[in-house]
Design a protein around this ligand. Structure first.
Ligand SMILES: [Zn+2]
Length: 573
């Protein structure tokens, strides 16, 4: 114990020295160095922030487990790093927060137990407040309330009957998700925390478009409102209660179009920019997420950060708050890599081991074999002006083929389409286990086969350029895109000319606008997910098995998988 403590202290000191060296001249001094007079005038508060953890209790594999080539992530190391960052002097002045998608689209170890292991893990790691993200709604409002409050799953019971699920030790905040029937927020919109004698308001929100990107059953009975209007309304409420330091935890984000590093802000683009600009000036910090990007920005005088995904980064935010005004006088932020060169946290090791045992041997069963890695990396289809259209990926095509194979005989399906956002990891070379297949397809979506007319198929292909998402087509589909064509509008998705109608074939025959085609997609797309409203119009729906089972069944048992070519979409000219 003594040894570990002194080892930790040495690490903390080393980290502190590095931190001071790396910070700009305007940076805050460490709280411990503040003189007695400063402590009377100011409160120094630390926020530690993460986002988009997605149930990654174990270190994520492949490139998903790295930051700039450095192995990063894993709850055992995340817990230790959080502990080190909130060094002992300052521990009481630290609030740990998160910006949504902590659960959902998780590896099997967490998903098999409805993400209870992740909530337990983050509670142990000291998380205080989290906004909901879109994925917190994957299993619906009632399930989210259970995740918050505890109790066994209504259908699947307790993971461990001896230790029923106790709920989250942290508080989910959800300012812009309302129960439609009552008009009341589903969960508390904000919280006020007293830290070092000052009060800080935390507002939690998800993106307004959550209903468009979550399966319809997940958001049934809920209404989502505008991020800016909602936040500013609650800011007024907080200020009326005398709170001047205000932090928004927002599950919406952006991307550095300039390709900057984890602590850069190189040409930040995306919805977060307009939102941060629209936010009241009383908001000091915006912890953002959803895009799985790392950035460290100041937008409209507000600190705006995001810490990548999967617990690979933590944002360390230092606030100096005036005791007289209650407002922030200076602030700095730094994204810190959750490296694995620190001691594993013993509580997290125990938790992972306990759920590994409960998960049992099904997870390790081999369902396929591959000689080479099959990746989800999308090819670039074309670049036209400021638009870059991405195209096929080998793994995406493989999944589309698997879905068609699951539905062609029984349902008469002639084509399948898969959304790129639903392919969550690569397949590494070697044996493919059920657990690995689940990591690629973790949504528990059901295959849905439906009727589209040929005209609707053409329209669906045009809609790809409205949504900015190119679907992976099964091998039975071929078509040509025209980079010089026009993109349709959201109002009239059929109006575009990006796809050459006469080039669209299914099973080698040109698609006839008046004919009917049986098309297989996952239940998320069938509901119109990712903005594919044309699929929501499909008729004669038949629901099949789980998407992951279709993939597992399609992979050959003992011969290597034939990696699909990415030649289904061609570019004109
Ligand atoms: Zn998200």
């Amino acid at each position: 114990m003594t040894l570990l403590r002194s080892a930790r202290r040495a690490l903390v000191l080393a980290a502190a020295v590095l931190l001071v060296a790396a910070l700009p001249a305007t940076a805050l001094p460490e709280a411990a160095d503040a003189g007695p007079l400063d402590r009377l005038r100011f409160a120094d508060v630390q926020l530690l922030a993460l986002n988009d953890f997605h149930g990654n209790l174990e270190p994520p594999g492949g490139s998903g487990g790295q930051i700039d080539g450095v192995p990063a992530g894993g709850a055992e190391y995340l817990a230790t790093q959080l502990d080190l960052l909130s060094s002992e002097v300052r521990k009481r002045n630290t609030v740990t927060v998160a910006a949504g998608d902590l659960i959902g689209a998780s590896p099997l170890l967490s998903a098999a137990f409805h993400d209870e292991p992740t909530i337990e893990s983050l509670s142990l790691a000291g998380l205080d407040y989290a906004s909901v993200g879109n994925h917190e709604f994957d299993e619906g409002a009632q399930e989210l309330l259970r995740i918050q409050n505890g109790g066994c799953h209504p259908a699947d019971g307790c993971a461990d009957p001896a230790a029923p699920y106790e709920g989250a030790d942290f508080q989910y905040l959800s300012a812009n998700a309302f129960v439609s029937a009552t008009g009341e927020p589903l969960l508390p919109p904000y919280a006020i925390e007293r830290v070092a004698g000052v009060r800080i308001g935390f507002i939690g929100m998800t993106l307004e478009q959550t209903p468009q990107i979550v399966t319809q059953a997940g958001v049934a009975g809920l209404t989502f409102t505008d991020e800016v209007e909602t936040a500013n309304r609650y800011v007024a409420e907080l200020q009326a209660r005398g709170v001047e330091t205000i932090v928004v935890l927002l599950h919406q984000g952006g991307t550095q179009a300039g390709g900057g590093g984890i602590n850069d802000c190189s040409n930040l683009t995306g919805p977060i920019v307009e939102i941060a600009e629209g936010f009241s000036d009383a908001i000091d910090v915006v912890v953002s997420g959803h895009t799985h990007q790392a950035y460290n920005c100041v937008v409209d005088d507000k600190i705006v950060t995001s810490a990548s995904s999967f617990g690979r980064l933590v944002t360390d935010i230092d606030l100096r708050i005036s005791r007289r005004t209650g407002d922030v006088v200076s602030a700095t932020a730094e994204n810190v890599v959750v490296t694995r060169d620190v001691p594993a946290d013993a509580e997290q090791t125990e938790l992972i081991g306990r759920y590994r045992t409960l998960l049992g041997p099904i997870a390790g069963a081999q369902v396929g074999l591959t000689d080479t890695a099959i990746t989800r990396a999308q090819e670039t289809l074309f670049t036209s002006g400021t638009t870059t259209a991405l195209g096929e990926s080998a793994l995406g095509n493989l999944i589309a083929d698997a879905q068609l194979a699951a539905a062609d005989d029984e349902q008469g399906a002639v084509a399948a389409f898969m959304n790129p956002g639903g392919v969550r990891a690569d397949l590494d070379a070697g044996p493919v286990t059920y657990e690995e297949a689940f990591t690629v397809q973790p949504f528990n979506n059901y295959l849905t086969t439906l009727d589209l007319t040929g005209a609707q198929v053409q329209c669906l292909l045009e809609q790809q350029f409205v949504t900015g998402r190119t679907l992976y087509p099964s091998a039975t589909v071929a078509y040509t895109v025209d980079p010089a064509g026009t993109t349709a509008t959201a109002e009239d998705p059929c109006a575009g000319t990006r796809v050459v109608d006469a080039s669209v074939t299914i099973g080698g025959a040109v698609v006839d606008p008046a004919a009917t085609y049986r098309i297989t997609v996952n239940s998320f797309l069938a509901d119109g997910g990712d903005g594919f409203t044309v699929l929501a119009e499909g008729t004669n729906r038949v629901i099949g098995g789980l998407d992951v089972d279709a993939l597992a069944a399609y992979l050959p048992d003992d011969t290597a998988i034939a990696v699909p070519a990415t030649d289904r979409i061609t570019v004109a000219g």
